[in-house]
Ligand binder design. Structure first.
Ligand code: GTP
Ligand code: MG
Length: 409
């Protein structure tokens, strides 16, 4: 490993140091899904959470011989049944569920079951079993989202019979989230005019039903709504800027803030820790090769900058106030830093600007990966290359805008 690689690892290390903690902070959203076999539960889960039961396995039976399976992955946990004829096994499932929920009561909130989906076929009927099951879930204090699946529709407009069923359910006097069922169809069909619809609706209702403090976990767990993720990433950047304002600009707290920021964005977009660290260190190395960023040789050194893409002459500037920037010298920021070396507030501005650039570039890389990627959080080699390119391009563009902005003054 050469010196450049060591330096490039600094941000990857910051992310590595904070990833687990960030994951804990965001928490895990645990969803329980019920409904008769074949109604489309697993298909729906896969469409919204990209969680392919066929691929990931059904998980562990909750108790020996139990028909409840729990499986978790990152910010998402799923309590599922497999191939159950619900009416025949109703009491058995409810007993197992009651025992499980009772056991979980003493656990931290993120280990409990948060929301239940109760699914019936959109072409079916509302039966006494459905009512009993929903009431039993409510007695366990679970918010119940009533889902109609495989709803026959014409380009997303539910057919008449499904509308009638929805009204029957809404009028049945059961305690369900929003008071009405959510109508969905998770698979399109070229032969009929059935379209995919209702998935966003179901996601939003589910997020609303999740306990306070776990909405972020729902946002990270789902793969359907990238705008939702974008909002969460913007909030993470603002939080990082706030942290810098309150904790000051000495090295340790700033590194910590960058570690939280980078890992939170990774988690929001479901990019795993190892892939994140790898992409980050490669991107920083590449920025250094292009002279956009330069690293000082030692952490304790006074701030040192070399000639960068901006064509600045080699400069060695000693500023004791922020030794951490010895590790991450940004040539385009030198001018601003030098002019403002007497002002703590303006130096903070430099660090905030770098934080902003870092967050936006990392988000861009994660976002375009998520747009191109279906489902799992596995990052292929070519996807990794694309993420490096996206990060470098976004960062470089932000740097260019900044340089132009400075030279116009
Ligand atoms: N047309 C259409 N078919 C669907 C839809 N959802 C599921 N299917 C099909 O229905 C079948 C059963 O779907 P699953 O998602 O496995 O049903 P499940 O409720 O998980 O069933 P169990 O795991 O046995 O309890 C599969 O062949 C799916 O392809 C849908 O929204 N529309
Ligand atoms: Mg299933």
């Amino acid at each position: 490993m050469n010196e450049q690689q060591v330096s490039a690892m600094v941000l990857a290390d910051a992310l590595n140091d904070r990833y687990e903690e960030s994951s804990q902070d965001i928490g895990r959203f645990n969803l329980a899904v019920f409904g008769p076999s074949g109604v489309g539960k697993s298909t729906l889960i896969n469409a919204i959470f990209g969680y392919d039961v066929a691929e990931t396995g059904v998980g562990e039976p909750v108790t020996k011989e139990s028909r409840l399976y729990f499986h978790d992955d990152g910010q998402f946990g799923l309590l599922d049944t497999q191939g159950l004829e619900l009416a025949d096994t109703l009491d058995e499932i409810l007993d197992a569920l009651r025992a499980m929920i009772r056991d979980l009561r003493s656990q931290p909130i993120e280990d409990q079951v948060h929301v239940a989906w109760y699914c019936v076929a959109g072409s079916g009927r509302f039966q006494e079993t459905d009512e009993r099951f929903v009431n039993a879930l409510r007695e366990l204090d679970l918010p119940v989202v009533f889902v109609m699946t495989k709803v026959p529709n014409s380009d997303g407009v539910p057919d008449e019979k499904a509308m009638v069923l929805a009204d029957v359910i809404a009028d049945a006097g059961i305690d369900i989230v929003t008071g009405r069922p959510v109508l969905t169809n998770a698979l399109g069909d070229d032969w009929t005019s059935d379209s995919v619809f209702g998935l966003e609706d179901l996601l939003h209702v589910t997020r609303e039903a999740a306990p306070e403090g776990l909405e972020g976990a729902v946002v990270a767990a789902q793969k359907l709504d990238l705008e939702m993720k974008h909002e969460a990433a913007r909030a993470a950047i603002l939080k990082a800027l706030d942290r810098i304002s309150t904790s000051g600009i000495t090295r340790a707290p700033v590194m910590q803030t960058w570690g939280y920021l980078l890992s939170e964005i990774s988690i929001i977009y479901r990019v795993r820790k190892e892939a994140s660290a790898q992409v980050l260190s490669r991107a920083i190395e590449s920025l250094e090769e292009e002279g956009i960023i330069q690293f000082g040789s030692e952490a304790s050194d006074p701030l040192r900058f070399g000639a960068g893409a901006a064509g600045a002459a080699t400069a060695a500037v000693a500023i004791g106030a922020a030794p951490f920037l010895a590790l991450l010298g940004v040539p385009i920021l030198i001018g601003m830093w030098k002019r403002n070396r007497d002002s703590q507030r303006r130096q903070e501005g430099v660090v905030r600007l770098f934080t902003q650039m870092l967050g936006s570039s990392w988000e861009e890389a994660c976002l375009s990966w998520a747009q191109a990627h279906e489902g799992s959080s596995f990052v292929t080699r070519s996807e990794e290359d694309a993420m490096v390119r996206d990060f470098v391009a976004t960062f470089t563009e932000a740097a260019r805008v900044f340089v132009n902005d400075q030279s116009e003054r």
